[in-house]
Design a protein around this ligand. Structure first.
Ligand code: ZN
Length: 99
């Protein structure tokens, strides 16, 4: 586990080759599956799953982060406790394989 700005994060690795894929916030996460670009080009997605491009996801997170005001970490921690918040839903979706 890694702390980023006081928030616990869990490392994510490619489900096929083990390439590091960054970090996801621990709170509010119930499932994470990620496949690197190289493996995704070679192998089909697992049945019942869909791909969500990292750049598109990162743009959505950056947009939500920009709305958090002068103390974004404290506000993010608060929002991650609310399953209905957009930030909480984004945290659960990253990376989005399966639904
Ligand atoms: Zn891979």
């Amino acid at each position: 586990m890694v702390q980023v700005n006081g928030v616990n994060h869990v490392p994510v690795f490619c489900m096929n080759c083990g390439t590091p894929g960054g970090l996801v916030p621990e709170q509010g996460i119930y499932f994470v599956g990620w496949m690197c670009d190289s493996c995704q080009e070679k192998y089909p997605l697992p049945p019942g799953t869909c791909a969500f491009p990292d750049h598109e996801y990162n743009q959505r997170v950056a947009g939500e982060w920009a709305k958090l005001g002068p103390d974004p970490v404290a506000k993010a921690v608060e929002l991650l406790k609310d399953d209905r918040s957009t930030l909480s839903r984004l945290a659960k979706d990253q990376p989005k394989f399966g639904k």
